[in-house]
Design a protein around this ligand. Structure first.
Ligand code: OSB
Ligand code: MG
Length: 377
C-alpha cells in the first residue's frame, strides 16, 4: 500500500563537464528536477524527472513537468491509498494526455517507496536478476571528425562496451568513417540522429551501411513510423527507435510495420516502469533486443535506469555512463562508477534506489522548492 502525504519538488542546476550537443540543441548546464516522496508509513525516497531545459527532444521541459506534477498529477496520489506501484500508471494516465516524464517521476518514485517498504532494492522489486549492467557512452556532436575520434578513443580505453556518436546532416558520414577507421575492429558502434533526417535523405543514410554499425537510432521524425519502415527496407543497418516509442502501442506498431529492429527504452519517455516493463516483455516475445537510454540524469535518475537495465531483455549496453562522465561531483554516495570491463554494478545492499542522496549538497544547490500536500491543489 502506498499513501503519500507530501511530495517536495526541487530544482538544482548541475553543470556538465563538457557541453553535450545533439542535432536539435546543446546543453551545458542541466536543470535537474528532483522529487522527494514521503509516505505515511515514514518511508521516503528520491526520484528525478528527466525532462530537458527546452522542448527539443520531446514537448516536455522541466517547467512543464513541474506544472503538470503540481496541478494534475500529484493531487491524484497525495492523501490517497494506492494498492501497488503497478496501479499508479493507470491513475496518472486517465484523461491526462502526454506529460510522460512528469508521470514517470511520480510513478517510479512510488516503485522506490514500495521497495523501501519491502526492504529490497529497486532491481529486486522489479525482478531484475543481473548484478552488473553493460555500459556504453553517448558522445555529443564534435566540431570535426578528429575531435570525435579523440573522444571515442578515450571512451574505448575507459572500457565502454558501445560507442554511440551523435550525427546530423553535415556531421555524419565522414565523422562515422573516421571513428570506424580508428577504433579497434570489433568495437560496437552506433549513431544517433535524434530525428535530424527525412526520407529524402534515404540514399545519404544508406552510406552508413558500410560501417557495420550495430544500429542507427531515430533517423526520422518521431511520428514517422511508416517512413522509418520504408527507410529500414532500404538500409542494411538496423534502425533503433527512441523518440518514437512513447507507449506500448507505438512499440507494437514498430514491430508490425517493421519500422525498426531494436528499441531504446527510457523510462521517463514512456511514463515510468510499468510501461517500460511491458515494452521490455513485448520486445522479448518478438525477439527484439532493447537497451536503456539516458537523459543526462543525475545519480538519482541513474539509479532507476540501472535497476531497469538489470532485466533480462536489456541485451545491449545502455547509455549508463558513470557519474564522472557528466559531473565534477554527483549528488549521490557512492557515485556511479564503471569498471574496466565497462560494467556498472547494480546496487543490492541498500533498500530503495540503492544509493544515498546527499541532502546537504542538494540543499545548497536548490534554486526552487515547493512542497505539495493533500488537498492543496
Ligand atoms: O537521444 O539518447 C538521446 C541525451 C539527451 C537527449 C536525448 C538523448 C541523450 C543521450 C544521452 O544520448 C545519453 C546519456 O544520458 O548519457
Ligand atoms: Mg536517442
Amino acid at each position: 500500500m502506498i499513501h503519500l502525504d507530501r511530495i517536495t519538488l526541487r530544482e538544482i542546476p548541475l553543470r556538465l563537464r563538457e557541453p553535450f550537443r545533439i542535432s536539435s540543441g546543446v546543453v551545458e548546464e542541466r536543470r535537474i528536477l528532483l522529487l522527494e516522496l514521503h509516505d505515511v508509513t515514514g518511508a521516503t525516497e528520491w526520484a528525478e524527472c528527466v525532462a530537458g531545459e527546452t522542448p527539443n527532444y520531446s514537448s516536455e521541459t522541466i517547467d512543464t513537468a513541474w506544472f503538470a506534477i503540481r496541478e494534475w498529477l500529484a493531487p491524484r496520489l497525495l492523501g490517497k491509498s494506492v494498492a501497488s506501484p503497478e496501479a499508479v500508471h493507470g491513475i496518472l494516465e486517465r484523461n491526462v494526455c502526454g506529460h510522460n516524464m512528469a508521470k514517470a517521476a511520480l510513478e517510479m518514485g512510488c516503485y522506490a517507496i514500495a521497495a523501501r517498504q519491502q526492504n529490497v532494492t529497486l532491481s529486486t522489486l522489479i525482478g531484475g536478476p543481473r548484478d552488473r549492467v553493460a555500459t556504453g557512452i553517448s558522445i555529443g556532436i564534435q566540431k570535426d571528425p578528429q575531435a570525435l575520434v579523440e573522444r571515442a578513443l578515450r571512451a574505448v580505453s575507459d572500457g565502454y562496451r558501445k560507442i554511440k556518436v551523435k550525427i546530423q546532416p553535415g556531421s555524419d558520414i565522414e565523422f562515422v568513417r573516421a571513428v570506424r577507421a580508428t577504433l579497434p575492429s570489433g568495437t560496437d558502434m552506433m549513431a544517433d540522429a535524434n530525428s535530424a533526417y527525412t526520407l529524402d535523405d534515404a540514399n545519404h543514410l544508406v552510406q552508413l551501411d558500410e560501417f557495420g554499425l550495430i544500429m542507427v537510432e531515430q533517423p526520422l521524425h518521431r511520428d514517422d513510423l511508416v517512413r522509418h519502415a520504408e527507410l529500414q527496407r532500404r538500409m542494411k543497418t538496423s534502425i533503433c527507435l527512441d523518440e518514437s516509442i512513447t507507449d506500448v502501442a507505438r512499440c507494437e506498431d514498430m514491430i508490425a510495420l517493421k519500422s525498426g529492429r531494436i528499441v531504446n527504452i527510457k523510462p521517463g519517455r514512456v511514463g515510468g516502469y510499468t510501461v517500460s516493463r511491458r515494452i521490455h516483455d513485448l520486445c522479448a516475445q518478438h525477439g527484439v533486443p532493447v537497451w536503456c537510454g539516458g537523459m543526462l540524469e543525475s545519480g538519482v535518475g541513474r539509479a532507476y535506469n540501472v535497476a531497469l537495465a538489470s532485466l533480462p531483455n536489456f541485451k545491449l549496453p545502455g547509455d549508463l555512463s558513470p557519474s564522472a562522465r557528466y559531473w565534477e561531483r554527483d549528488i549521490v554516495t557512492p557515485e556511479w562508477t564503471m569498471d574496466s570491463e565497462g560494467m556498472v554494478s547494480v546496487p543490492r545492499r541498500q533498500a530503495g534506489i540503492g544509493v544515498a542522496v546527499d541532502r546537504d549538497r542538494i540543499d545548497d544547490l536548490t534554486v526552487r522548492h515547493e512542497e505539495l500536500r493533500p488537498g492543496a491543489a
